[in-house]
Write a protein that binds this ligand. Structure first.
Ligand code: COA
Length: 319
């Protein structure tokens, strides 16, 4: 069996606390709003309080996505959580916590996926297989992170970049001609050292920013070109490009290389910063709620992150 598979519901959840660039300066960080905006496009980010964990944000995003899909929690046949910041370092998984908190059935699988900022692309492509084969009717795919816990708030080259949040999608069967057209995952562990949390010492993100920038552009642009070419499309056919929101300049460089019109690109980095795996589903949710996704829209998702991992997904919006 090979059922057509698509996203049938979206949701997101972010912490209430907004930290602006000015707040960072006022807090004593040696930076300026102008530097951060010109280098990254970020103006503010949401930061979780001490009690808020990934599962709490994932819960809020999931509730919204299930409601948007018009189904009941008990209709979900599997839950996949993409996160680098699970509530528990080893186990239980964040997906299991979510299974319980949402009141999902117990005869379903619940699993976490670790692919850093590309986690949503990885989880979505796994969900696709379960729905396409008929093994599952609905899979809940959630991506959430609280990376603010893993930055050194005195390191101006890192702490300005990240924010917290979660995005969720319900993946299910869609009518013929809609839903996922193609997807491709990539990995290259030889770049493990340019973006990592070192196994020893403080649990802080280490990044060689310039190297990450270069690797990201060199990986993502050809991957996006490849999936378009393989499916007989060109940049101007894309109604909405949803890239991982890590740096506005990376988004712009990709958009320009592909000839995608400026108003066909989701840009949310300004208000959320880099929310890791959550950034793509959060952007999808805002796009849907903002009327930027219509039934039949051609949508291109492009993720990239530590590993190095990257991935592309092409879909025709189904609702
Ligand atoms: N405010 C002011 N100055 C800062 C600063 C800040 N927040 N952070 C760094 N600087 C300084 C550096 O100390 C350096 O000063 P120096 O020249 O006196 O040594 C200067 O700015 C340039 O630093 P550099 O790191 O070369 O800047 P950059 O132009 O590469 O921008 C990033 C830094 C992080 C914004 C950029 O490299 C980037 O976005 N990389 C990709 C990051 C990414 O996408 N990560 C997530 C992947 S999932």
């Amino acid at each position: 069996m090979n059922f057509p598979v698509g996203i049938v519901g979206v949701g997101k959840c972010v912490p209430n606390t907004i930290v602006t660039n000015q707040d960072l300066v006022a807090g004593g960080l040696d930076t300026t709003d102008e530097w951060i905006v010109s280098r990254t496009g970020i103006r503010e980010r949401r930061i979780a309080d001490a009690e808020t964990r990934t599962s709490h944000l994932a819960y809020g995003a999931s509730q919204e996505a299930i409601k948007d899909a018009g189904i009941q929690p008990t209709d979900i046949d599997m839950v996949i959580v993409a996160t680098s910041t699970p509530d528990y370092a080893l186990f239980p998984s964040t997906a299991c916590l979510l299974q319980d908190r949402l009141g999902l059935r117990t005869d379903i699988g619940a699993v976490d996926v670790s692919a850093a900022c590309t986690g949503f692309n990885y989880a979505l492509s796994m969900a696709e297989q379960y729905v396409a084969t008929g093994a599952c009717r609905y899979v809940l795919v959630v991506a959430g992170d609280v990376l603010s816990r893993h930055v050194d708030w005195t390191d101006r080259s890192i702490c300005i970049l990240f924010g917290d949040g979660a995005g969720a999608c319900v993946v299910g069967r869609v009518p013929d001609g809609f839903g996922l057209i193609d997807s491709k995952l990539y990995s290259d562990g030889s770049y493990a050292d340019i973006l990592q949390v070192k196994p020893d010492g403080p649990s802080h993100i280490y990044m060689d920013g310039r190297a990450v920038f270069k690797v990201a552009v060199n990986a993502v642009v050809p991957a996006v070109e490849a999936i378009l070419k393989k499916n007989g499309l060109v940049g101007s056919d894309v109604d909405l490009l949803v890239m991982h929101q890590a740096n506005l300049r990376i988004i712009e460089a990709t958009r320009e290389r592909l000839g995608i019109p400026e108003d066909h690109v989701m840009k949310m980095i300004e208000i959320y910063g880099n929310t890791s795996a959550a950034s793509i589903p959060m952007a999808l949710c805002d796009a849907k709620q903002g009327g930027r996704l219509k039934r039949g829209s051609v949508v291109l998702l492009a993720g990239f992150g530590a590993g190095f991992t990257w991935g592309t997904t092409l879909l025709r919006w189904a609702y």
